[in-house]
Design a protein around this ligand. Sequence first.
Ligand code: PGA
Length: 271
Amino acid sequence: MIVIIKPDPDAVTRYAYDFVRAKLTAKPNLVLGLPTGSTPQRLYKALAEGCRKGEVDFSRVHTFNLDEYIGLAPDHPQSYFHFMRVNLFDHVNLPPTNIHFLSGLPDDVETHCEDYERQIRDLGGIDLQILGIGRDGHIGFNEPTSSLCSRTRDKTLTRDTIEDNRRFFENEDEVPRWALTMGVGTILAARDLLVLATGRAKAEAIAAMVEGPLTAMCTASALQMHPRARVVCDEAAAAKLDHDEYYRWMQENDFRMRGVLEAGRSRKPKK
Ligand code: PGA
């Protein structure tokens, strides 16, 4: 796992924006996996701005969102679909037909989830999955004890998650207790993963994800199994990492940035 520590949330956003922009430039028909939550809001604002300035183009992109609450219609103000419209979809040139979303009101949960997995497969798989992380180490709504091989399905939310989400609702009784979510296995199948984390409240979860044991009690720890997982966090979210010196050392000593290979190739071999 590549761990990048930035001084503050703005620097995290700049890094994530440049990363997504580079991926979009390399593959204009990128299949992009997206999270909701407060963490990616700054990135979405930057992407909307980038689209206005002509730096990023979503005209051939397909998106798949990680999750949706069960029981909420897409136009419900707290649905994740509504969140995505307000924060990103309404501000970029992404064709509505290229937006793939789990329904909060599916006719049949199993068929709906299987169909979502099939849509991902039919488009060749997710190229880049962006992720937030919950305080309990969840990715998507894969709460502790979720199978690390799980695919898209329904999930009962923990009381902690319900409490964390309560701030968006009038009272706790209105917070949905269930969600549909991509599974940990679905997430691990993406070609590239980019985890964003800011703030002290995420420090324990980030430490468990990066340095803790591989365990279903912290589903983000499964990302240790992914060959191209990258986490970018601010100093506050990195506060509990034991090996932060090594991550900083790695960033300062990136051989690609230093042109080590180029220098070696241009050096004349000794006689
Ligand atoms: P947050 O949520 O970005 O609002 O902190 C992250 C998550 O629960 O996955």
